[in-house]
Design a protein around this ligand. Structure first.
Ligand SMILES: *Cc1c(COP(=O)(O)O)cnc(C)c1O
Length: 371
């Protein structure tokens, strides 16, 4: 059996940029708290995506939590949340004791369906915020979603955890709404081992998020707290990894795109395979190459055949409205997200894969169509 091929594993720069920044932190003993890497990582990421301000945090989940808090979401408030996503998108709604209403996806984008969103606004005009997700590095149909949120004067939060390096009509995902978040968890397109970023053009709100993330310490010599605090700040070591990784983001996107195009070329004509949607407005980062299977070969067959050969793959996210923990909340839509889940597979999209690795993957899959 060959070496294990991963879905998406950490890939540090060949140049060793990450170690340089970490070493700087060691040499100046800015291991903690904060320090230059944190400040610079915030600045560099903000420039990269085109946002005015950014707060470096301990995770993408923490960033969503503080975005909801900054949006003024509190107990009993309704928040519209894309159903097809990772649970980390929805959990912070519960941290705030708010009420999620899950919104279906459409086939055109795999992300939030603008028509379902419109229907949700009719049913819950009192809604406080909307969380849209850019899954697998595909962008949601932002023009329509932004327009609907503006019309209803509702805060828009973009979960761009999977879409760093993705553009919608030439503009980076994560900066269309009032708040955007990114994740640097282990399998994301770039990683700091763990971490997240909250971005916004509202510098005051970002400053406030930094305050909450460091235990809400008021200006005083002693420890004075007039608000609930959190320990959500990113460390200076972790930020050093992030600065190095940011330098190779474009290279990673390029490789992810190459992998996707390889799969299309090799597998695209097989009966019943449909790859993730490409739209003229979408410039994805191709974080995970994903496909849906409508024919005789089922997702489980593909995942099992790959696993037998020591290759990792996984299903599409199971929608939140189908999760035992969340199923009591309302869902608006026709069930597209459920169908994507039932028929979808994410193929190995590791940027360290060689030509030989890619060949191995497609040969195993092709064989399933000959049986
Ligand atoms: C990874 C991920 C998150 C959470 O990010 P963490 O940094 O792991 O907390 C949130 N939303 C989506 C869609 C993700 O894929």
């Amino acid at each position: 059996m060959g070496d294990r091929i991963y879905l998406s594993s950490p890939h540090m720069s060949d140049e060793g940029y990450e170690m340089t920044y970490i070493k700087e932190a060691f040499d100046t003993n800015w291991i903690a708290p904060l320090g230059e890497n944190v400040n610079q990582f915030e600045r560099e990421l903000a420039v990269k995506v085109g946002s005015k301000a950014a707060a470096a945090l301990s995770s993408g989940t923490a960033a969503i939590h503080l975005a909801l808090k900054a949006a003024g979401v509190t107990e009993g408030d309704i928040v519209f949340c894309q159903s097809l996503t990772f649970s980390a998108t929805a959990n912070p709604i519960i941290y705030q004791n708010a009420i999620p209403v899950f919104i279906d996806s459409d086939l055109l984008s795999w992300n939030m369906c603008p028509r379902a969103l419109e229907e949700a606004f009719e049913k819950y005009p009192e809604v406080k915020a909307v969380i849209v997700v850019h899954l697998y590095g595909l962008s949601a149909d932002m023009d329509k979603i932004v327009e609907l949120c503006n019309e209803h004067n509702v805060v828009l939060i973009e979960d761009a955890a999977e879409s760093l390096g993705t553009f919608y009509k030439g503009k980076h995902t994560g900066i269309f709404g009032d708040f955007g978040i990114y994740s640097f968890n282990g399998n994301k397109i770039i990683t700091t081992s763990g971490g997240g970023m909250l971005v916004s053009n509202n510098e005051e709100k970002i400053e406030k998020a930094r305050f909450w993330s460091t235990q809400s310490r008021d200006q005083a010599k002693h420890f004075e707290h007039s608000e609930l605090g959190f320990n959500y700040r990113m460390s200076n070591i972790v930020a050093g990894i992030g600065r190095g990784q940011l330098k190779v983001l474009d290279q990673r996107v390029e490789k992810k795109k190459y992998i996707f195009e390889f799969y299309i070329k090799e597998l695209g004509s097989l009966e019943g395979i449909e790859f993730m949607p490409r739209n003229e407005w979408n410039e994805p980062n191709f974080w995970l190459s994903s496909m849906i299977l409508n024919g005789k070969v089922r997702p489980f067959d593909v995942m099992e055949a790959l696993e037998k050969e020591n290759i990792e793959s996984r299903p599409i996210w199971k929608p939140m409205h189908m999760q035992p923990f969340f199923e009591k909340y309302d869902f608006i839509g026709t069930g597209v997200s459920g169908k994507l889940f039932e028929n979808g597979v994410c193929l190995p999209s590791d940027t360290k894969m060689t030509e030989k690795d890619l060949e191995r993957v497609v040969q195993i899959i092709k064989k399933l169509w000959c049986e």
